[in-house]
Design a protein. Structure first.
Length: 579
């Protein structure tokens, strides 16, 4: 083999000179310009994309994102009036904000919880949680059926570790370690020269319970939306209610609710009790709102007495009866032109303020006739104040919510009330289209009355007498079949979350092997590994070592010097022995 000796070299690096360098550069250039091969990635195809989408949907990251979107999506339902709760407020909002109302209509903001976008988030979250939980559950079952993993080759690499020498036999140490770990509720298994143990499986159980509880709550929400029913009823003292569709003032239900399955029950309002603060800055503030009722459950149920308060509903036949509000019903007697009593009863008036109960209402008498027998329907527009401030007050607004000085102002009309048209009417308003106001000398016939006073109509068309005042109360009758399931899910979610946060899963290994120095001693090693961050693992490992020491007492290392003893007693151990 021959070599070139005349090639100049760099004095420091020994590299070849320019000519040789040029030759190498050319070779390198040839290598760098090797032909490139285009790599074609295979297409996923419909099945591949479906699998990719399923993996993304069932990931925990997407599940948390959907849960966050669901909570964000529920915010408009609490800030914007909802058709299912108060359609009157929705109509008023559309009137006050026509442009914004149109946008809200297109986005479904007036019926958030039944909108397409909210339902889509809800269903995707439901599917995502199921896709997350099922594989993890099977994986966890496999872990429970399996054994703790064998000890690593080098326990010294684990974050918590301790070792010592003992004169006890390795088998005795391992047997004692197995008993100790099982006593402390570890799942322990001996494998070769080590005992493997694991504890804290309830952490994963809590995690699974939390996610299952979320599914339960979603199911409860669906059940409550599809099978619910809710209605309102205004009842005057002495009147009652029976649970049938025709008895409700307003009623709404879920898509799957069957009105033929409504439970038979009812109640009667015997008395409504209300008291108010009379002095100080809190004057007029309510102190007691209580409805004393008699109720029955079942077609032939026995009546029972109870009281319903604002925060104390009546539970009856799977329904809850809530007390919402109250007001006053003036009692009137109406006679027509023939002197015949054509109406007698209490008429509910609706409060126009939330503090002093200044109220308005109407009295409709479709069966009245004139003194010569012609049909003459009567209507009265009313204004009621429970506490009139007096003529010197200059105001017809109530001064206090209690019945201290009641007044009823009525304005009389006659003609056609429109009750025979077949069209729905508001019972608290008069249709003025076909009505004429009674007038005398060009002035409208109106009168302020105290209880016991009578207003006489012109032309001998009759009269109306203000007899007294009763109190009415409005109730909400609610059937929510998913409430119990939702409560169970919420409680389970809290328990599961607490378990997943506070229970620490950890593994412990105890190894006992004969010492390599031929002294006959046994080297004991204990190491621990936390499956999650835990500052208590070293403490627990130390406690295990201390508990195992009676069965594996500490033996001196052969390299530790032993000081001789004298007659006064044993000498002080050396520094190496203490260590």
């Amino acid at each position: 083999m021959s070599t070139k000796t005349d090639t100049p070299r760099d004095p420091e690096s020994g590299a070849a000179a320019d000519d040789a360098g040029n030759d190498l550069g050319a070779a390198g250039s040839q290598l760098s310009t090797a032909p490139r091969e285009d790599v074609t990635l295979p297409s996923l195809g419909p099945l591949g994309w479906a699998r990719w989408f399923w993996r993304q949907l069932t990931s925990m990251r997407v599940a948390l994102l959907l849960l966050f979107l669901l909570s964000i999506g529920a915010i408009p339902g609490s800030l914007i009036p909802q058709t299912s709760i108060d359609p009157v407020k929705v109509d008023q909002f559309r009137t006050d904000h026509p442009t914004l109302g149109g946008i809200y209509d297109k986005l479904g903001m007036f019926h958030v919880y039944s909108s397409v976008w909210f339902s889509a988030i809800y269903l995707l979250l439901f599917i995502s949680l199921i896709g997350c939980i099922v594989p993890r559950s099977w994986q966890f079952v496999g872990q429970l059926r399996g054994r703790p993993p064998a000890a690593p080759r080098r326990l010294t690499r684990l974050p918590a570790y301790t070792t010592w020498r003992t004169d006890a036999a390795p088998d005795d140490v391992l047997d004692a370690a197995g008993r100790l770990l099982k006593k402390r509720r570890f799942r322990a298994h001996r494998s070769g020269t080590a005992v493997a143990a694991e504890k804290g499986y309830l952490r994963e159980v809590g995690n699974l319970v939390f996610h299952v509880a979320l599914i339960v709550m979603l199911v409860a929400f669906a059940v409550g939306s599809l099978w619910k029913s809710e209605g309102g009823k205004l009842i005057t003292e002495g009147d009652g209610f029976a649970n049938s569709l025709t008895q409700y003032d307003d009623f709404k239900s879920g898509a799957f609710f069957d009105t033929d399955t409504m439970e038979p029950f009812g109640f009667t309002l015997d008395k409504f009790v209300a008291t108010y603060e009379r002095t100080g800055p809190q004057k007029g503030t309510p102190r007691i709102f209580r409805a004393d009722v008699r109720y029955f459950s079942g077609a032939d149920g026995k009546e029972h007495k109870t009281s319903i308060e604002v925060n104390t509903p009546l539970d009856i036949a799977g329904n809850r009866v809530y007390l919402l509000s109250h007001g006053y019903s003036p009692q009137v007697t109406v006679k027509d032109g023939r002197g015949k009593v054509v109406y007698k009863g209490a008429v509910p008036f609706l409060p126009q303020d939330s503090k002093n109960f200044t109220s308005t209402g109407v009295v409709k008498v479709p069966g009245a006739r004139t003194k010569d027998g012609k049909r003459n329907q009567l209507g009265f527009q009313g204004f009621f104040v429970p506490t009139f401030g007096g003529k010197g007050s200059g105001s017809m607004f109530s001064q206090f919510p209690a019945l201290d000085n009641p007044r009823l102002v009525l304005t009389a009309y006659h003609g056609d009330l429109g009750v025979d048209s077949g069209l729905p009417q508001n019972v608290y308003q008069l249709q003025m289209k076909n009505l004429k106001q009674y007038k005398v000398g060009g002035r409208a016939v109106a009168q302020m009355m105290q209880p016991g006073q009578t207003m006489t109509l012109p032309g001998g068309d009759g009269s109306i007498t203000f007899n007294g005042i009763k109190t009415w109360a409005s109730f909400k009758i609610s059937h929510q079949p998913g409430n119990g399931l939702a409560l169970t899910g919420a409680a389970a979610a809290l328990l599961g979350l607490a378990g997943s946060l506070f229970i620490q899963r950890r593994r412990v290994w105890v190894r006992a092997e004969p010492a390599d120095d031929g002294s006959g001693a046994t080297v004991v090693e204990i190491a621990g590994l936390g499956r999650s961050e835990s500052a208590r693992l070293p403490e627990e490992l130390g406690a295990l070592a201390a508990a195992l020491e009676p069965d594996a007492p500490l033996a001196p290392h052969p390299e530790d010097p032993v000081e001789p003893t004298d007659s006064d007693g044993p000498a002080e151990p050396s520094e190496g022995a203490r260590a």
